[in-house]
Design a protein around this ligand. Sequence first.
Ligand code: NAP
Length: 244
Amino acid sequence: MMVTGGSRGIGAATARMAGARGYHVCVNYHRNPAAAEAVVADVEALGGGAIAVAGNMAEPDDVDRLFAACDERLGPLSVLVNNAGVITTAARVDEMTADRINALLAVNVTGCFLVAKAAIRRMSSRYGGSGGTIVNLSSAAARLGGAGSLVDYAASKGAIDTFTVGLAQEVAAEGIRVNALRPGLIETDIHDDTGLPNRLSELGKTVPMKRTGTADEVAEAILWLAGPQSSYITGAILDVGGGR
Ligand code: NAP
């Protein structure tokens, strides 16, 4: 299994849980090797196998290097968790610069395409592969819109919803299932990057279930969509947001 952005938050929870359940996990990270190595150590302590590999998923050469390392050290890939994603300081659309928008889309949209492409070239029967599953990380923001603060982020996740539906149909007959998850407000560091203090605690009260979610609650759903229990599901988008 490969988890992009597996060093922290939802990706790290997914990598740890997958390792505990017998997957060999490639933990990709961008800037934080210590966090990635800590995830690897946790997986190993649980009796599993994992490797940490650096790479910015917005950079095609880094994506190629990541997959080459995974091929060499873990063997054939059967699951991709397309998780790496970023959010930016809260701003209105009329305040956003082209550089800001392009930098966000490069990771959240182009990066997801590049990583899925590399996985398909390994998994698809079209290339001699034996199939697999891809789980893309969207967001409840794709439905809600992010007005006043995060419309660029929300729109990038809207693109992931559409990407999931189209890609699922494209590779369905080649042994690959593609699904997405739309997490709601999940307790990770990503919210700090909005610059909005208390974002999680304040918005958590507005969720129908009256609380934020944990990375482990999302990881459970990711592993279900990645595994054989969901064998007849492709092109689906699962909300994991406490009713929101
Ligand atoms: P997070 O805690 O901020 O962790 C982000 C992870 O992605 C880190 O491992 C980070 O690596 C990695 N990363 C960032 N930019 C990268 C890049 N260019 N290339 C490769 N890796 C990169 O985020 P999170 O909350 O777990 O979010 C994970 C995914 O879920 C994202 O796609 C996010 O949009 C989505 N999501 C999150 C929430 C939420 O409430 N948390 C809700 C909806 C959707 P480093 O450690 O090296 O920086």
